[in-house]
Structure formats: C-alpha cells, structure tokens
Design a protein around this ligand. Structure first.
Ligand code: SF4
Ligand code: SF4
Length: 482
C-alpha cells in the first residue's frame, strides 16, 4: 500500500515563517467548509481532509469562524485528526475474511453478484480443504496481528449452509483462533443448525427484503421462482433472544416504499440489528431494480424515524447498522464497524474474500469478476496477494482522486462506495458509484440528528465503550466533537 499523506504535513503548525494559519480557508489555516444540513437553526462546518465537523447556529457562523477560541482549539488538534484519518485510510491491516465455502446457492435472487453459472454448478470446498484454508489464515494472522487480536471469519455466499458439514467442522476445530460469523439466506437454518451456531456464539446474518410474502418473493426466490419468506421468518422466530443475529434488507425499487413497514415488522420480531442496504449495482441484473436516490432517501429517513418512535414507545432499539455506522463515522471515525463508507474502502485493506476454490478477492462483491482474482490461498503467499497489483486496483481507489467526489466536503463520511459498482457500472475505479445523492442525504440527516441531540436512539448502547473524546465544544451557538 502506498505511503501517505500530504494532509498530515499540510496541517502541521509551522513555528516560523510568514504564514501561521491564523485564518480559516487561507494560507495554512484550517479548511472549514459550510455544509447545508437542512436544519432550521444549524449549519454544518466540515474540514473535508480530517473529517472534523461542527454544527453552528446560522446567525453565529461568521462569529464562530472569526472569533479566536474555536479556531485556536481546532488548530491545536488538526494535525492529530489528520494523522488519525490517515491511519484509518491507509494504515489498517486485514483482520477479517469473508469465506465462501461453496459457489452454489439454492436461490436465484435478482440482484446477486455471483454469476448464475457459478451458483448452479460451482464447487464445494471439502472439509479437509476448508480446515487447511483456516490453518493458513490462522498462521497468517498470527504473524500480522497483535497477539491478543482474534481475527474474524464470516462464512458467506452463495449459500454457505449448503456446505454445512465443512463449515461446522471448521468452526469446531478453530473456535479458539477465530471469531466466526455466517451470512445465510436462512432457508437451511433448521433447529440443528441454530443449536450448533448459537451454542458456539457464532454471529448470524439472514436476508429478508419485505414484511409480507408477496413483496419479499419478488427479489429473493428459488430457481423455480418460488418464495422463501416463511422459512426465513421461521428461522428469525427461532433466533429471538439470541444476542448476535441480524437481518439484511436489500433495498430495491421493489421494496423501497415499504421500508417503514419493514422496520415495524423487524422490531415486532425483536430483531436487535438490521441493515437497510441500497442494493449494489455491480451486476446488470441489479441495475434494473435500482431505486431512485430521492425515493431511497425519503423512505429510508421515514424508516429511521420509525425506529426512533418504536424505541421511545417500547424502550427496545432496532439498530439500523448501516446508518449507525454512518453516524459513528461522524462522531468517532475510528470506531466505525463497517468499512464501505471510508475511502479506500475495507475491501483488501481491512478484510478480503476467499472463494470456494481458494481464490482471493478484495471483497465478496468482486467474486465472479476474474480480473480481480488476486491469487490463490493454497498456492500464493497472502501478503503477496494483498500487496499485488490486482488488490491495489481496489485498495488505491481514493475518494480524493475521483472527479465528482474530490471537492465534496463529506467525502470522508461517505467514502464514495463502491469500487466494484463504479468499475462495472460506471466504467472505472475513478468513477463514482451508484447512490451519491442518497449518501449525501444520509450524512445531512445524521448531522441534523446530532444537532438535535437525537443520535443516541440510533446507536448500539455500547457503541462508544472503547472510545475517548478528543474534542468537545458545546455552547449555545455551536456543537463540535470527535
Ligand atoms: S459519492 Fe457523492 S456524497 Fe459521496 S463523496 Fe462522492 S460526491 Fe460526496
Ligand atoms: S465498498 Fe464495495 S468493495 Fe468496498 S467493502 Fe463495501 S461492498 Fe466491498
């Protein structure tokens, strides 16, 4: 990975010379861009390079920018914030693997990124080979991560439970070495599988796109076109009370208007965490059901507001993890848990994906795109693959180099996802992805919540357990923090 970063140097206060950085936006002073967050009383101020933010009462903006104390306080911290952002963007090492134990899937979802030929007739990894692969990964992480760190293996799909015997053998063999998770379509999650996974503390992710069968079956269906709604809901009912499970709802044109009803349904099932993910448009099949950005934003915000109402009424949260992550990206950038909204994204940088043949890709989203196959786990050194030309195409995609994003004040809250989408849909890594206006709206909404002190309703209770406050400034006219 390439060394960085120009910003760190730029923000170092100079001890001598003609320019001391006393003023904002000129000389060596901090860059603070006003951002319209759509709030009646507050306007945002963002340093796009460090992701530092402040919310200022509109009538006090001029005073805040020209009065000394606030700018002086920020100037003292700016170099440290730039260094933190630098580490987050360029200094991480992979600590997780999305592991596909099979190419095959029993479903044929409209938006799947894995080619149909692979899902129908691809390979299963044998138990011996899977155990061998986990041994290779264990040894790699033992050499690259701090001693107490426990890397994560997420069995992913295609449908991992089609190769249940192999993954269960791997989990039992390496429980001490890894934290395990599984992302499944839920159709094969019977009592035996649930007992095995929950008794071993495996985190479980399922997929469900609507609160009623007819709508859910439009996008997630069997090869024969049948729905799987009842099977998935039964699995969700069996998981009630287990602390570590979640549901992904992929948002398409088919279900976008239902989002508020979907969160009602999930909350009623006592699901602790869900994701309302705008569908990735990497594959042609997905692009035909892409919701418009404006429509997506409108119903997404309504759904989030609804989770807050439900929390107020019942005292029980349904955390929308992708939005919680967007909030955390603002409040404490280093504490974010998902890595699509930082640039370069987490693909190949904080995790990578392994296919059923052992081929390594920067992220599952690239499985099926042969030009992003970086090498084979059984044949090539992991470090060589991570640093090789193929992975670097993704790990060096930098929002600062993307025309439409490089001047965007919120680029380090958004990250300009997704490289796979940009490459396949818009023709190159230096192109924008599919949902710019939606991401813009999401950040503005998040800043409005913070201005109103409402953000706690949308976050996990323990989200800040391992964070420390490095900047706090709260007066009648201004709020800022990190
Ligand atoms: S995708 Fe849009 S919102 Fe995100 S960084 Fe680029 S211009 Fe900004
Ligand atoms: S932005 Fe795309 S490639 Fe990057 S981690 Fe997210 S899904 Fe993977």
């Amino acid at each position: 990975m390439r060394p960085r970063s120009p910003q760190t140097a730029l923000l170092q206060p100079r001890r001598s010379g003609p320019v001391r950085g006393r003023y904002f936006n000129t000389g060596r002073g901090p860059t603070l861009q006003p951002v319209d967050i759509g709030h009646r009383d507050y306007i945002g101020l963002v340093d796009p390079d460090t992701a530092f933010w402040a919310l200022v009462r509109k009538e006090r903006l001029g005073g805040v920018l020209t009065d000394g104390p606030f700018l002086r306080a920020y100037r003292k911290k700016a170099a440290a914030f730039a260094a933190e952002m630098d580490t987050l963007r360029f200094g991480l090492r992979p600590s997780a693997v999305y592991f596909n134990p099979t190419d095959r899937c029993n479903l044929n979802c409209t938006y799947c990124y894995i080619p149909a030929t692979m899902r129908r007739g691809g390979v299963h990894m044998s138990s011996d080979r899977l155990i061998g692969a986990l041994a290779i990964l264990r040894d790699h992480f033992a050499a690259t991560l701090p001693r107490r760190a426990k890397p994560q293996i997420i069995f992913h799909g295609a449908e991992p439970l089609l190769n249940r015997e192999a993954i269960f053998a791997g989990i039992d063999r390496y429980r001490k070495d890894f934290r395990f998770g599984i992302q499944t379509n839920g159709t094969l999650l019977d009592d035996g599988a649930i007992e095995f996974l929950t008794s071993r503390g495996v985190s479980i992710g399922l997929s469900l796109d609507a609160e009623v069968e007819r709508a859910a079956s439009r996008t997630r269906k069997t090869w024969g076109g049948g729905g799987v709604y009842h099977k998935v809901v039964r699995a969700l009912e069996r998981l009630r009370g287990y602390p570590d499970y979640s549901v992904i709802c992929t948002v398409t044109r088919e279900n976008v208007r239902r989002l508020p009803r979907i969160v009602d349904f999930f909350h009623g099932l006592e699901i602790p965490t869900c994701m309302l993910n705008p569908l990735r448009c990497t594959r042609q099949g997905a692009r035909g059901i892409k919701p418009g950005d404006r429509e997506m934003s409108r119903y997404y915000r309504q759904a989030l507001d609804r989770t807050e109402e439900l929390y107020r009424r019942t005292g029980r949260k349904l955390v929308v993890a992708n939005f919680a992550n967007a909030l955390i990206a603002i409040l404490a950038p280093q504490a974010r848990r998902l890595m699509c909204d930082i640039s370069p994204c987490g693909g190949g940088r904080s995790f990578f994906a392994v296919s059923a043949r052992g081929d390594m890709f920067p992220c599952s989203e690239f499985i099926g795109l042969e030009e992003f196959n970086g090498g084979n786990l059984f044949r090539d050194g992991i470090a060589d693959v991570l640093n090789g030309d193929v992975f670097r195409k993704v790990t060096e995609r930098d929002v600062d180099d993307i025309d439409s994003c490089s001047r965007c004040a919120i680029r380090h809250f958004c990250g300009s996802p997704c490289p796979a989408e940009a490459h396949e849909m818009n023709g190159g890594m230096r192109r924008i992805g599919a949902f710019c206006e939606f991401y813009e709206d999401q950040t503005r909404y998040a800043l409005r919540l913070i201005a109103d002190g409402r953000e706690g309703s949308f976050l996990w209770n323990d989200w800040d357990a391992q964070t420390t406050t490095s900047f706090q400034w709260e007066t009648a006219s201004l709020k800022a923090g990190q």
